[in-house]
Design a protein around this ligand. Sequence first.
Ligand code: ARG
Length: 580
Amino acid sequence: MFTGDVGLELGGRVAAALRTALDVEITAEQALIRPSAAGRGADYQCNAAMSLAKRVGRAPREVAELIVTHLDAADLVEPPEVAGPGFVNFTLRREWLQQWATGLLADPRLGVRSAPRPRRYAIDYGSPNVAKEMHVGHLRSSIIGDAIVRMLEFAGHEVIRHNHLGDWGTPFGMLIEHLVDEGWAAGGEHSISDLNSFYQAARKKFDADQDFAERARRRVVALQSGDEATLGLWRELVGESERHFAQVYQLLGVKLTAEDYYGESFYNPFLADTIAELEAKGLTELSDGAVCVFPPGFSNREGDRLPLIARKSDGGYGYASTDLATVRYWTRDRQATDLLYVVGSPQAQHFQMVFKASEQAGWLDQAHRAVHIGFGSVLGSDGQMLRTRAGSTIKLVDLLREAVDRAAAVVAERTELDERQRAEVARAVGIGAVKYADLSNDRVKDYVFAWDRMLAMEGNTSVYLQYANTRVLSIIGRAGRSAPEGTEVVLHAAAERALVVKLLQLPAALAAATEEFAPHKLCTYLYETAAAFSAFYENCPILKAPDDRTQLSRLALAQLTSRVLTLGLALLGIDTPEQL
Ligand code: ARG
């Protein structure tokens, strides 16, 4: 039985029709089958005739007519119709929809196929800096990266997570000297309550105190030459920061763990070879004493070529050197086929240059793909970068705890839940709200962080979806039975049919969200699904269904809806409590 993407299935049939009629070859994707807008009286439409017309030298409507005449899809759709300038409108056959929905009950993947050719993804996300608080940009990277990881894994790909911790470089001289001044020793019992103030204190001393600055510089040299005592202190500092980050990751419920740390220091042993390889391949030039790569196509306003600094004039390595090493390491040593970097949009050019240079070096070729998954900023209600009222940067742990507290206030009124359940629900709702507010916006855009909006019970929010799901579950609970596998789905009412057509779109919505790294497309789909269920429930009573067969069929639709919502939210990293 058919259990895939109905749009692609139709696309394949349209492609076959075009082959017979016009002797042209297109793929199922190129048939451009899209869900029709509501109220158009059709389920899907084919948009290909317009673009093909030129290619085959015929009028678009003529191409559309030929598709209709030669189409072999009577099992799937009613006789199609040509509309407007050359659209072909398709209405799925009721029998086919019924069979498909019946089959779906037994399909743990809800119609979503696994990737026929799984790839190995290496995804860089999270990536905060040691001895600094994570900021909202790191929050976005963690949330977006995590949703992408979950979607890719569900699609059947291998995914290696790596957290590019900023744990190396010149600031560590001053940070370690500050540690020493504070009386730290390797292996001792210490903690930093506030990473930012620690960093700022070190910075202040560095700027004001010549002697300290000199010590800091010597400390960098000691660190880089592998001095054991210095490395011990450095590990203390990194460890302390990692504990702070782990707290945020745990509260947030993202998949990043201690095993996923591949900080800048990890690439240290590879830097010399990486740069030597670029030199040997003739890709470097000496510029002001620094070894630079000038990937083609990048220049500033004055028209000067832009460099990637591979080795600084003092012999040290920087951010760009390390990122060149990441591409080489993940493609060559770890055989990753796809490299993803979930990092804010301001670094777009850096990554384009790193990728270009890596192509020149031969680390990226036809078999590989490298993608910078950029994202916009989070703004406060004043339209400025999100800050506390006092004007300082917001501590993420505080922000997340506030989310849970606010959600707790929302669920506090629910007396039938016990203490522990309430805490769990508050966490699912609060963290879900923060994640969903982020994921439901097109990631390249900025968005405004607004508690009221993200915790609203109505509208495209996670709590609306979580609530919709508990409502479905409660209806099933009240029915006192559920529809077993094999239950025959019967579709009579328009709202029943519309719900099934929506459920049928899961594979396509998920494919778009996964392939375009666009979780908001999954959000939109889930929201529409919840709305389709509401309309269905209003028009098609379940508990008071006219007969047993109809009740079972409607229960089956309710179960499928809940499974789609639960799966969709899980892929976004959001929990679905059974009660709210
Ligand atoms: N630590 C960097 C920052 O906070 C982000 C690192 C992103 N990953 C990378 N491979 N450059 O801006």
